[in-house]
Design a protein around this ligand. Structure first.
Ligand SMILES: [Zn+2]
Ligand SMILES: [Zn+2]
Length: 160
């Protein structure tokens, strides 16, 4: 007698394919191609989750890192503006660079996690840097605002 096997999720589909993690039978309708071979839906998606799933502790680490760098950068730039130079282009580049640094540092602080929540954290952080800078210099600097938007876009893209 031939042993005919059927998919665990689709009992009408004959199959010999198995999930490489749990050995559950899968058919072309429900199998997922993972770097480690064929997987069932549950285990095929598990690869993706660790990067995007963010615990509260990780989120707080991202917020702490973002806020810290934002205040540090904003205050430092403020001091440079007041006592060293008020070259517009410099502050445009400085805020764009700060955005890159904030995006990267949040990534490192959260073990390379990504996703919407961290993108928000990064965006708000860059904005905090601009606000603290503006408070210190006591004036509106257009180039710094442009730099802030560039930095915001960069920081958000680093965490996509
Ligand atoms: Zn499985
Ligand atoms: Zn199936």
């Amino acid at each position: 007698m031939m042993l005919i096997k059927y998919c665990a999720e689709h009992p009408k589909n004959q199959t010999n394919l198995k999930c490489s993690q749990c050995n559950k039978l899968v058919c072309p309708l429900c199998m997922v191609h993972a770097p480690v071979g064929i997987r069932c839906r549950e285990h095929g998606q598990a690869r993706r989750l660790p990067t995007y799933e963010i615990s509260l502790a990780i989120l707080l680490r991202g917020i702490a890192m973002g806020t810290f760098l934002a205040l540090l950068g904003g205050i430092l730039y403020g001091i440079i503006y007041l006592f060293v130079t008020y070259d517009s282009l410099l502050f445009l580049l400085a805020f764009a660079g700060l955005g890159l640094m904030i995006g990267e540092s949040i990534g490192i602080a959260t073990n390379r996690k990504r996703g919407m929540k961290l993108q928000y954290v990064a965006g708000v952080s860059v904005f905090i840097a601009y606000v603290s800078f503006s408070v210190i210099v006591g004036t509106f600097l257009f180039s710094a605002l442009v730099g802030t938007f560039v930095g915001l876009a960069i920081s958000v893209s680093r965490l996509k």
